[in-house]
Design a binder for this molecule. Structure first.
Ligand code: SF4
Length: 226
């Protein structure tokens, strides 16, 4: 049964995070698991998996990829502090997958993605966002079928969860320094289109309008933005 009261949903999200940080299901993953603020937001971002710095600090996107990502969001009116406070930050996997011998971080395997999927799906059902921003191929694949980033970044797509929850999807490329896709054409232009779509989305407008505020209600009830 879905919980209607936003404050109760924020409370349930905080409880979900208590369970998440204790999760040790995957032998090939390095924890402890990372999560963002327990905010009930109309916007949910889904990344791939944390890196070593994120695991050390327990904060998602706190290193070089985060700098690029937050620069993108700042260009459409929401700075890093406001984003962390007002957007639900999720990920396909919540532990560090280790290094890829060929460079960069290892992409989580299908079993790890499956094991960890219950966490972001739980967040999705509690927050019920109207806009989902999947970041990078692995995250986008959780929501839609596609072949190339060129085919989906720069567009807005409908999403319906298995439980019937409906939201708009606006995919972004992964901001990793190892990626060249968004630095060259057509990636650079498609990224600009995607950011323009986010900028114009009503859910983002709501986040932007409140990103610099901390309301008395929030002080008492935790992160609720509906
Ligand atoms: S990757 Fe996810 S499912 Fe696996 S141990 Fe970490 S939190 Fe648990």
């Amino acid at each position: 049964m879905r919980i209607a009261d936003p404050a109760l949903r924020a409370e349930s999200l905080a409880h979900l995070y208590l369970d998440l940080v204790a999760c040790r299901r995957c032998s090939g993953m390095q924890g402890p698991p990372v999560h963002g603020e327990p905010v009930i937001s109309p916007v949910m971002m889904v990344g791939q998996a944390p890196g070593t710095r994120e695991i050390q600090r327990g904060i998602p996107f706190c290193w070089t990829a985060g700098k690029t990502l937050f620069r993108w969001f700042e260009s459409i009116g929401v700075d890093e502090a406001g984003f962390r406070r007002r957007v639900l930050m999720s990920a396909v996997c919540r532990c560090f997958p280790g290094k890829n011998p060929k460079g960069g971080d290892r992409v989580p395997d299908a079993n790890e993605v499956d094991q960890c999927g219950g966490w972001w799906r739980g967040e999705l059902e509690l927050a019920r966002p109207r806009l989902i921003i999947p970041v990078g191929k692995l995250a986008i694949t959780q929501f839609m079928t596609f072949k190339r980033l060129n085919d989906v970044v720069g567009g807005q797509w409908p999403y319906r969860s298995p439980t019937g929850l409906e939201a708009d999807l606006i995919p972004l490329p992964h901001p990793s320094g190892a990626s060249t896709w968004f630095k060259m054409e057509p990636g650079r232009t498609l990224l600009d289109h995607a950011l323009a779509l986010i900028d114009a989305h009503p859910a983002w407008e709501q986040v932007r309008a409140s990103a610099s505020e901390v309301t008395a209600h929030e002080d008492h009830c935790g992160g609720v933005l509906l």
